[in-house]
Design a protein around this ligand. Structure first.
Ligand SMILES: [Fe+2]
Length: 350
């Protein structure tokens, strides 16, 4: 299986993974042979790309840390909570459901601890907030597990991640899933969402202060220059420091209607450059070791102009995976092959 950006899909390609919307509705099933119409639809949804099965990638097996069905369930649940919150519905049944889905995510994370975060997250900008919240939950969970958080603390972290932006429903509800960039005034007003989310969780749920505070603090900076309370360093709860980094990473690597996605390698550089300033150094260190900036099965452009597919990542050497050249099928281990020492990856196609 390999990842193909939406713009590069061709009729006849076969889907390696089903495509779902936030409600869990199957849009296109696994093994669908794509038609020109399907491809137009995928582009219309704002989906960055999809996984396909083909000759050059048939032996590449992808291990998702969290099972696709658990992710779909989480997106559906998050959408449900957002919808019902904005309708001011009685939320009590959701609390036990949230706990259940969070447990499933944490179980998957803990049973796959050696697997790196290796997939390109499929997200559409139509339901951006829900997919984003799910992705942040999974990423934060993986980082937290690597930082040796206890199981109950991991559950708190994933719960907070799923609900971190719920306060937006109370501030500017019509802008929660907007496809345009917020104006400076709206951005300023939206800053109240951290507090609003905290108040809402505190009053309506019983997840506890660790979850509520994490939501409250998810826009604070490590050096105290964030908002709303300018907390810094260890004044911030650990889960908030992890959530902050996961939130920024997923947001910047997402394609938005008003800008292209940044490359994971660029975002990692941005986050590393701001370590100790915006981000907790311990979290950044874990991120740099565990996140694949060139996910398995993705297509990259090498500095000699050739295109290749990533077939293996080497923990600790995330810039230098083993790749398979598209035209020849030849494999290059960018970490250990002498002939490849002067070859770098210049672009990830996404
Ligand atoms: Fe936020």
């Amino acid at each position: 299986m390999r990842y193909v950006p939406a713009e590069q899909l061709k009729p006849g390609m076969v889907l390696g993974q089903g495509l779902h919307d936030a409600s869990g509705r199957m849009l296109l099933g696994k093994n669908t042979r794509l038609t020109a119409e399907n491809i137009k639809y995928i582009i219309f949804l704002g989906t960055g790309g999809v996984y396909v099965d083909d000759e050059i990638s048939k032996d590449i097996e992808l291990y998702d840390v969290v099972k696709p069905e658990v992710k779909n369930e989480a997106v559906w649940l998050i959408q449900n909570v957002f919808d019902r919150t904005s309708e001011q519905d009685n939320l009590h049944p959701e609390e036990s459901l949230i706990r259940l889905v969070v447990e499933n995510v944490v179980n998957d994370v803990l049973s796959n601890e050696e697997v790196m975060y290796n997939m390109v997250d499929i997200k559409t900008y139509n339901d951006y907030t829900y997919f984003h919240s799910m992705n942040v939950g999974v990423l934060a969970g993986i980082l937290g597990a690597k930082m040796e958080l206890q199981e109950d603390e991991l559950e708190d972290l994933v719960t907070a991640a799923f609900l971190h932006d719920i306060g937006k429903v109370f501030i500017l509800p019509q802008l929660v899933n907007t496809q345009r960039r917020l104006t400076p005034a709206e951005q300023e007003e939206m800053k109240n969402h951290a507090w609003a989310g905290y108040e809402y969780l505190r009053k309506e749920f019983s997840f506890g202060e660790n979850v509520n505070q994490t939501v409250y603090q998810h826009h604070e900076w490590y050096n105290g220059q964030g908002y709303p309370n300018h907390l810094k360093g260890r004044q911030l709860c650990r889960n908030a420091r992890i959530l902050k980094a996961a939130d920024v990473y997923d947001e910047m690597t997402s394609k938005r209607p008003y800008r292209e996605a940044y490359q994971p390698a660029e975002v990692m550089e941005y986050i590393m450059a701001r370590m100790g300033m915006e981000f907790d150094p311990d979290v950044v260190e874990t991120m740099a070791a565990r996140l694949c900036i060139y996910p398995l099965g993705s297509e990259v452009v090498l500095s000699d102009g050739r295109h290749a597919i990533v077939v293996e990542n080497h923990p600790g050497f995330i810039q230098r995976p083993t790749v398979r050249i598209m035209d020849s099928g030849e494999e290059l281990n960018l970490r250990s092959d002498r002939s490849a020492y002067n070859i770098t990856i210049v672009q990830l196609l996404m």
